[in-house]
Design a protein around this ligand. Structure first.
Ligand code: HEC
Ligand code: HEC
Ligand code: HEC
Ligand code: HEC
Ligand code: HEC
Ligand code: HEC
Length: 259
C-alpha cells in the first residue's frame, strides 16, 4: 500500500479543522456583502425603545482610514463600547466630528441615522443596498467580505481615504513607516506560513490600532491561535468583521512550505 505523503495528510487535517471552526465558532461568515462590516449601535436607543443606528463601514472606509476614526476620533474597536450620546455628537465628537453640515450631512438630519420606525428602517436598508451596488460596480472584486478588494482599490486610485481632519487630527508630520514583515509558522505542520506585512497594514491602520494593546512590540511575543482569531481576538478583531473575511485562508497562510 502506498504511504500518504505527510504534506497531503496535513492539508487534510487543515481542511477538517476549517470545517470544525466554521461549524462552531464562526458567526460572521454569513453576513452578505452589502452588510459585511455593519455595526448595530444600540447601547442607549435600546433602553429608550428606539430603533438602533446602523453604522456602515463600507460607506465610510471608502473615504477615510481606519486610524482616523479609531485613533483620532476614539471610536472603540468593539461594537457598542464607545457609548455615543446625542450631546457628544452635538459637541463635535464621534459622528458629529464629520456630520456637521460641512464634511458630511448635519446632525440635525436625525432620521438619516435614526430610523423613525421598523418600516423606515427597512427602507433605509434597501437604499443602502442600492448605494452599495453602485459603489461596488466600479471596484476590484474579491471573493469574501464586502466582495471588494479594498487594498487594490486604493492602489488603483479608485479610493483615496483621508487620514486627517482639520482641528482634530494632529498636523501631519512625515508619515511613520514600518516596512518589516512579521512571519509566523502556524502550530500545524504542513500549513503555509503567515506573512504579516507592516507596510500593507500601516496605510489603513497607522500604529495605534494594534500597538501596544493587541500586539506586543516584540516579534514572536504575542501568542495566538486560529481558534482565538475566529473568536475575534488578535487578527480576528478586524479580519472577519471589517477587513477581509477569515474564509480567505490563503491570503494569510500564504508562504508555501519548502520541501
Ligand atoms: C450621523 C448620525 C446621527 C445623526 C444625524 C443623529 N444621531 Fe442621534 N445617535 C447617533 C448614534 C450613533 C447614537 C448612539 C446609538 C446607541 O448606541 O444607542 C445616537 C444616540 C442618540 C440618542 C440616545 C443617546 C442619548 O444621548 O440619550 C438620542 C436621544 C439621539 N441620538 C437623538 C438624536 C436627535 C434628536 C437627532 C437629530 C437632532 C440625532 N440624534 C441625530 C447618531 C446620529
Ligand atoms: C468613519 C469612521 C470609521 C472608519 C473610517 C472605520 N471605522 Fe471601524 N468603527 C466605527 C464605529 C462608529 C464603530 C462602532 C463603535 C461602537 O459601536 O462603539 C466601529 C467598529 C469597528 C470594529 C468593531 C466591530 C464589531 O463588530 O465588534 C472594528 C474591528 C473596526 N471598527 C475596525 C475598523 C477597520 C479595520 C477600519 C478600516 C478598514 C475601520 N474600522 C474604519 C467607525 C469607523
Ligand atoms: C470621518 C468622518 C465621518 C464620521 C466620523 C462619520 N461619518 Fe457618516 N458619513 C461621512 C461622509 C463623508 C458621508 C457621505 C456624505 C454625506 O452623505 O454627507 C457619510 C455618510 C453617512 C450615512 C449615509 C450612508 C450610509 O452609510 O448609509 C450614514 C447613515 C452615516 N454616515 C452615519 C454615521 C454614523 C452613525 C456615524 C457615527 C457612529 C458616522 N456616520 C460617522 C463621514 C463621517
Ligand atoms: C494591524 C496591526 C499592526 C499595525 C497597524 C502595526 N503593527 Fe507592528 N506588529 C504587529 C504584529 C502582529 C507584530 C508581531 C508581534 C508579535 O510577534 O508578538 C508587530 C511587531 C512590531 C514590532 C516588533 C518588531 C521587533 O523587532 O521585535 C515593532 C517595533 C512594531 N510592530 C512597530 C510598529 C509601528 C512603528 C507601526 C506603525 C508604523 C506598527 N507596528 C503598526 C501588528 C501591527
Ligand atoms: C487574518 C489572517 C488569517 C486567516 C484569514 C486565517 N488564518 Fe489561520 N492562522 C493565522 C495566525 C496568525 C495563526 C497563528 C500563528 C501562530 O501560531 O503564531 C494561524 C494558525 C492557524 C493554524 C494552526 C493551529 C492553531 O490553532 O493555531 C491552523 C490549522 C489554521 N490557522 C488554519 C486556518 C484555516 C483553515 C483558515 C481558513 C478557514 C485560516 N487559518 C485563515 C492567521 C490567519
Ligand atoms: C486593526 C485591524 C487589523 C488587524 C488587527 C489585522 N489586520 Fe490585516 N488587514 C487589515 C485591513 C484594513 C487590511 C486591508 C484589506 C481589507 O480591508 O480587506 C488588512 C490586510 C491584510 C492582508 C492582505 C495583504 C495582501 O497583500 O493582500 C493580510 C495578509 C493580513 N491583513 C493579515 C493579517 C494578520 C496575519 C493579522 C494578525 C497578525 C492581521 N492582519 C491583523 C486590518 C487588520
Amino acid at each position: 500500500m502506498q504511504k500518504i505523503p505527510q504534506k497531503a495528510f496535513c492539508i487534510g487535517i487543515a481542511v477538517f479543522m476549517a470545517i470544525s471552526f466554521y461549524g462552531t465558532e464562526q458567526t460572521q461568515a454569513a453576513a452578505k456583502s452589502y452588510e459585511f462590516g455593519n455595526v448595530t449601535m444600540n447601547h442607549a436607543t435600546k433602553s429608550q425603545g428606539g430603533e438602533p443606528v446602523i453604522f456602515r463601514h463600507w460607506s465610510h472606509r471608502s473615504k477615510y482610514t481606519c486610524r482616523l476614526c479609531h485613533v483620532d476620533l476614539e471610536f472603540s474597536q468593539v461594537a457598542n463600547e464607545t457609548g455615543v450620546l446625542e450631546e457628544d455628537n452635538r459637541a463635535g465628537m464621534f459622528c458629529g466630528a464629520c456630520h456637521n453640515g460641512k464634511e458630511a450631512f448635519a446632525i440635525d438630519n436625525c432620521t438619516a441615522c435614526h430610523p423613525k420606525n421598523k418600516q423606515h428602517a427597512k427602507e433605509m436598508e434597501r437604499q443602502a443596498k442600492r448605494d452599495f451596488q453602485k459603489l461596488r460596480k466600479n471596484m476590484p472584486p474579491s471573493v469574501y467580505g464586502n466582495k471588494i478588494d479594498w487594498m487594490q482599490a486604493e492602489v488603483d486610485g479608485k479610493i483615496t481615504p483621508k487620514d486627517f481632519l482639520p482641528g482634530i487630527s494632529l498636523q501631519k508630520t512625515a508619515k511613520l513607516v514600518n516596512k518589516r514583515d512579521e512571519p509566523r509558522t502556524p502550530a500545524l505542520p504542513g500549513l503555509p506560513d503567515i506573512i504579516f506585512s507592516h507596510s500593507k497594514h500601516v496605510v489603513w491602520n497607522g500604529c495605534g490600532m494594534c500597538h501596544p494593546d493587541t500586539f506586543a512590540l516584540e516579534t514572536g511575543k504575542t501568542k495566538m491561535s486560529m481558534k482565538e482569531i475566529t473568536q475575534g481576538k488578535f487578527c480576528g478583531r478586524c479580519h472577519g468583521t471589517i477587513a477581509f473575511a477569515l474564509n480567505d485562508c490563503s491570503r494569510c497562510h500564504s508562504k508555501p512550505i519548502s520541501q
